[in-house]
Design a protein around this ligand. Structure first.
Ligand code: DPP
Ligand code: ZN
Length: 872
């Protein structure tokens, strides 16, 4: 496939100032009339032909300034429309196309989801609606008239503000006209038509604008929309407070649809969501779901400024809006919930998804330099590492300067399509700093390593910390990165060490050379260094701290993140030692159990959410990532099982008591807030460990919890605990759950996922059976991700079965899906990413599955691209 390169960027030869769309919706014969006000771009080439993008389009009519075009003046096919000589003056082009939304299984462009007409245009779906300059640096003002049969689509929504609506005389059809006054790229276009229920509330912006916020859901589900509606309101208020950003239209609409490739989409004034991230009720949504809804509602809303008002010049700049907006939604969630606990969740996610990506064949810079298929670059690297870069920038320049820089960025780039350079320029302007070297973070793939060693001089009362940074695959001449290291010293017996080093400012040391040494003066006793507090940079830290020193940090570090990190490192050390067959760390494990016991006694009830994080061991993936090569997932799973068993046995009495203490008194009304969720999380973390050590008690507790559950979090945690305990009880609970939620696809997704994650030999066969379940559908991305995605990403022993049966299952699914929905197929395939790090037998099996996919005729560009890069 042709490769697009960053260095080849040039401005469009033409601009489109205004777009008037007339869309007559019909299940199979939708007509789109697009009137485009075009003109030559002064920054483009003169006399260039006009080449409009198309994808799978049927052209019905074409007029230039009201005149039908002579056949020899243009060429049109399914994927482009070329005017051989575009006029050297402003002109109007009217294009009529025909679409079949029902046949659109790719879920890009205009399609139907459960009978609802909806659109998805990012990154390049608008060209599936009409021929267009489908690139993010062409900004236009849109007016959209939508027409449909009234009974089939009583609700008609577009971008911007509603202008007019009415009946189409003499028919059973009606129409609505929407106008979006703010110029936008085509990828932010959207429309919706369907039977939908609505919940709404008013909001007055800090500028005094009255806004009507509405959430639209499938009929009968309006009682599940309240939380999303509330999250929109809180997001609007927060963006005013935290970033001075006010909403800019009279209405803000959110629509939930059941078939959606991504989580959600930030179309101007009309966000379209995967219903999984809107619908919530205590009986159907877990605390994790509530938190995800809050975060994604916020994310899409925040795009209104970071993405829409200031958009991207080209798709290489995707992190400009995504990394920044993830950072913004993380800050929002931190303010709504517990900052420390949220930071832990962010880092868990980064390590689970981005670190492996960055260590494998699909690694790419946060700002990629080339792509064959842009849809494959909506990655953890662009999003999550992109957010970490913004966070580091704030750490480097401080909160006040950061806010000033953000204000400057919005002011200087409002209404334009910007670049990463424009972003950094704003911060250079307000700080007077040169950020050229910091910008290196955007340019190179790979997770940097920072090795740190400390030495104490008792006579001189000095403590030296030596740092050395390296980057995987970077040549000797690669410039060092600018790495902010938030740090401090902790005394072994508790009190903080108040030592000074002139090079630590506000707790932050900036490592900007390959090697450097910090010297602390007046250090009364040997300290334990607390490094990268709050995970101040997305690096791997190598330090020789022993378990005792780490347990000191668990006890005494004032930085919560590093307390958690210390416990994680000790657990990782114990598990990797077992996997490598190093001397069995009996004593080490006992010390760990004892330290957790002390921790629980002192703090479990004070901050249950944090305690739940401390109890949750690093995942099998974390252990694999730590080991790095010749990975044997069975050995890792067994080491992790052993450690969980040991914790469960050693802490049993405490965990049982905690479960009692944390139980909600009967009749307590459900609250999804962070503190109630934290109590449930700890109670369920306790259940998990108890069951790991004692199947009988675990079964009884889980069954009782399911029977008494008043919310999905507890019910599902009970089921998840049982899922790890083979036998009758598990199968009976699974059956009962499926019966109870037979009509709830989103809940059955959890049921699919729980079964897909069972770490037993029978799981591949179970999944094949479930693929025939009436609730499963290959056409629905949520179903596929729940059943097959959960398997490939969260069941390491079974996906990586030594006999290759797990790989075969996923490969088959990728191929089965590729013809209908290549985007989701390609995403599923990324699970093969770490294949080279496996032990030789599995590596060969994974490689042959990949090669089978790649050798298949007629692959989509999406899957071919992932396949080629994975094998490169
Ligand atoms: N809708 C996706 C997101 O918000 C892509 N823009 O991240
Ligand atoms: Zn986004």
């Amino acid at each position: 496939p042709p490769t697009v390169r960053l260095e080849d960027y040039r401005p469009s030869d033409h601009l489109i100032d205004r777009v008037e769309l007339d869309v007559r919706l019909d299940p199979h014969d939708t007509r789109v009339s697009a009137t485009l006000a075009l003109r030559p771009n002064p920054a483009g080439r003169a006399h260039a032909p006009l080449v409009l993008d198309g994808d799978d389009l049927t052209l019905l009519g074409l007029e230039l300034d009201g005149q039908a075009l002579a056949p020899d003046t243009f060429r049109a096919d399914a994927s482009s429309l070329t005017l051989h000589a575009g006029p050297q003056r402003p002109f109007t082009l009217r294009i009529e196309t025909r679409l079949d939304p029902t046949a659109n299984t790719r879920l890009m462009g205009l399609y139907r989801s459960n009978g609802v007409y909806c659109t998805q245009c990012e990154a390049d779906g608008f060209r599936r609606i009409t021929y267009f300059l489908d690139r993010p640096d062409v900004l236009s003002v849109y007016t959209t008239r939508i027409e449909a049969e009234r009974a089939a689509a009583p609700v008609l929504l577009g971008n911007g503000n509603p202008v007019e609506a009415g009946a189409v005389a003499g028919t059973d059809r009606h129409y609505a006209v929407w106008h979006d006054p703010l110029p936008k790229p085509a990828y932010l276009f959207a429309l919706v038509g369907g039977r939908l229920d609505r919940v709404a509330k008013g909001f007055t912006t800090m500028e005094g604008r009255a806004v009507e916020i509405a959430v639209y859901v499938e009929p009968g589900k309006d009682d599940r929309a309240a939380y999303a509606l509330d999250a929109v309101e809180r997001s609007m208020a927060w963006d005013e407070r935290a970033f001075g950003r006010a909403y800019d239209l009279d209405v803000f609409n959110v629509v939930a649809v059941s078939d959606f490739n991504m989580g959600a989409m930030e179309n101007k004034g009309l966000n379209i969501f995967n219903d999984k991230f809107v619908l919530a009720s205590p009986d159907t949504a877990t605390d994790t779901d509530y938190a995800a809804i809050e975060a994604i509602i916020a994310h899409e809303y925040f795009h209104n400024w970071s993405g829409n008002r200031v958009t991207c010049r080209d798709w290489f700049q995707l992190c400009l809006k995504e990394g920044l907006t993830v950072f913004r939604d993380q800050e929002f969630s931190s303010d709504m919930r517990s900052r420390a606990v949220h930071r832990i969740a962010e880092v868990r996610n980064l390590r689970a998804r981005q670190f492996p990506e960055d260590a494998g064949p699909l690694a790419h810079p946060v700002r990629p330099k080339r792509y064959a298929e842009i849809n494959n670059f909506y990655t953890a690297t662009v999003y999550e590492k992109g957010a970490e870069i913004v966070r580091m920038l704030r750490t480097l320049i401080g909160e006040t300067a950061f806010r000033a820089g953000m204000d400057r960025y919005f002011a200087d780039n409002d209404g334009t399509a910007a670049t990463v350079e424009d972003f950094l320029k704003a911060f250079e302007a307000v700080t007077g700093r040169d950020l050229a070297r910091f910008a290196e973070w955007y340019e190179r793939p790979g997770t940097p390593r920072v090795a740190v060693s400390g030495s104490y001089d008792a006579a001189a009362k000095t403590y030296r910390l030596a740092f050395r940074q390296t980057r995987p695959g970077a040549g000797a001449d690669a410039p060092p990165l600018v790495i902010p290291i938030r740090l401090g010293l902790v005394g072994t017996d508790g009190p903080l060490i108040d030592a000074a080093s002139g090079r630590v400012e506000d707790g932050v040391f900036v490592l900007d050379s390959a090697e450097d040494t910090l010297i602390f003066e007046n250090v009364a006793a040997e300290p334990v260094p607390s490094l990268f507090r709050g995970f101040s940079a997305p690096v791997r830290v190598e330090s020789a701290l022993d378990a005792a020193a780490r347990l000191t940090l668990l006890r005494h570090d004032p930085d919560s993140f590093n307390r958690w990190e210390a416990a994680q490192r000790v657990a990782l050390g114990l598990m990797t030692a077992q996997v490598r067959g190093d001397a069995p760390e009996e004593a080490g494990a006992d010390d760990f159990v004892a330290a957790l016991g002390v921790f629980l006694d002192g703090e479990a009830l004070r901050d249950p959410a944090f305690a739940a994080q401390i109890l949750a061991l690093p995942s099998e993936g974390d252990v694999a990532d730590e080991i790095g090569t010749e990975i044997d997932p069975d050995a890792i799973a067994s080491a992790r099982r052993d450690l969980r068993r040991r914790l469960g046995a050693g802490l049993r009495a405490r965990l049982l008591t905690l479960r009692e203490e944390l139980a909600e008194p009967a009749g307590t009304p459900f609250s999804p807030d962070a503190s109630a969720a934290g109590r449930r999380a700890l109670r369920n973390a306790a259940l998990d460990l108890i069951a790991a050590a004692d199947a009988e008690t675990g079964t009884a507790l889980a069954q009782a919890q399911i029977a008494a559950a008043t919310n999905m979090t507890d019910r599902l945690a009970g089921l998840a605990a049982l899922a790890l305990l083979p036998g009758e009880a598990r199968e009976a609970a699974l059956t009962a759950f499926a019966e109870r939620y037979a009509d709830e696809p989103l809940v059955l997704d959890k049921w699919f996922a729980i079964q897909a994650m069972i770490p037993e030999d029978g799981t591949v066969a179970r999944i094949r059976r479930l693929q025939g379940h009436p609730a499963f559908a290959m056409t629905n991305p949520n179903r596929v991700r729940s059943l097959v995605g959960s398997f490939s990403l969260a069941n390491p022993t079974q996906f990586n079965r030594a006999d290759g049966a797990g790989y075969a299952l996923v490969a088959e699914t990728v191929l089965a899906l590729d013809g209908t929905n290549p985007q989701v197929a390609a995403r599923l395939m990324t699970a093969f990413g770490p294949w080279r790090r496996l032990e030789p037998g599995r590596r060969a099996q994974a490689e042959s599955a990949l090669r089978r996919i790649v050798a298949t005729q007629g692959l989509s560009r999406d899957v071919a691209d992932i396949g080629t890069r994975s094998l490169a």
